[in-house]
Design a protein around this ligand. Structure first.
Ligand code: IMP
Length: 204
């Protein structure tokens, strides 16, 4: 017997992601006894803001093309959502840095992955997960300026200005947050929890 494909019920069952449940508003982190998280910015609000950033970038870069450089690993989810709202021609590059040990910065920025291709004479948009102390952005903007792009700007999903150690800023910022350690939407705590749909805070 063939399933009745026109039935809405069958269709929905065949595409379970369409009715995916939102992440819980708060919870206990699996495998990390004693750690709890709470939602700081829910997924829907993130999506609205990312769409706004996309519109702003489209207006500012109209008639040009972009190289969007995602800073690994934290920016991957933001980058993936953001580019779906950008309609100027673009290519994607990734660059990797490491500067964090647990919840405290080591103060050192290390390159873990370089660009695959040159960016000379290109309009480059560096895509960061969060500007915290500013050390990473400072390091990367100097590094990329040496490659002689036509222009270099930064879009950051989050900004934590109260923790700044170097005077840098994002040209486009999704949300400015207080000094809380955040996880989810690409951001990790000891390499985990990047897959949370909402931006969450760890509750001691
Ligand atoms: P910086 O201190 O501005 O150099 O930020 C370095 C990196 O630390 C960011 O790109 C993030 O990957 C990470 N980071 C900073 N604050 C947080 C946080 O609250 N949660 C998770 N990662 C963070």
């Amino acid at each position: 017997r063939f399933p009745r494909r026109r039935s809405g019920r069958l269709f929905r069952r065949a595409h379970p992601h369409r009715s995916a449940q939102p992440a819980p508003a708060h919870g206990r982190l699996a495998g990390m006894s004693g750690l709890r998280f709470e939602v700081l910015i829910p997924h829907g609000q993130i999506q609205q803001r990312v769409a706004e950033l996309g519109r702003q970038i489209n207006a500012d870069y109209a008639g040009r093309s972009l190289v969007m450089v995602g800073v690994l690993k934290g920016s991957f989810m933001f980058l993936a959502d953001l580019i779906r709202h950008i309609d100027v021609p673009l290519r994607i590059e990734f660059i990797g840095t490491r500067s964090y040990e647990g919840t405290t910065t080591s103060g050192q920025v290390q390159l873990t992955k370089d660009l695959d291709r040159p960016i000379v004479d290109e309009d480059v948009l560096l895509v960061e997960d969060i500007i915290d102390t500013g050390l990473t952005l400072n390091y990367l903007s100097h590094l990329l300026e040496q490659r002689q792009p036509r222009s270099l700007k930064t879009v950051a999903f989050l900004d934590k200005p109260s923790r700044r150690r170097i005077d840098v800023h994002g040209d486009y910022v999704g949300f400015t947050i207080e000094d809380r350690f955040v996880i989810g939407y690409g951001l990790d705590f000891e390499q985990r929890y990047r897959n949370l749909r909402d931006l969450c805070v760890l509750v001691p």
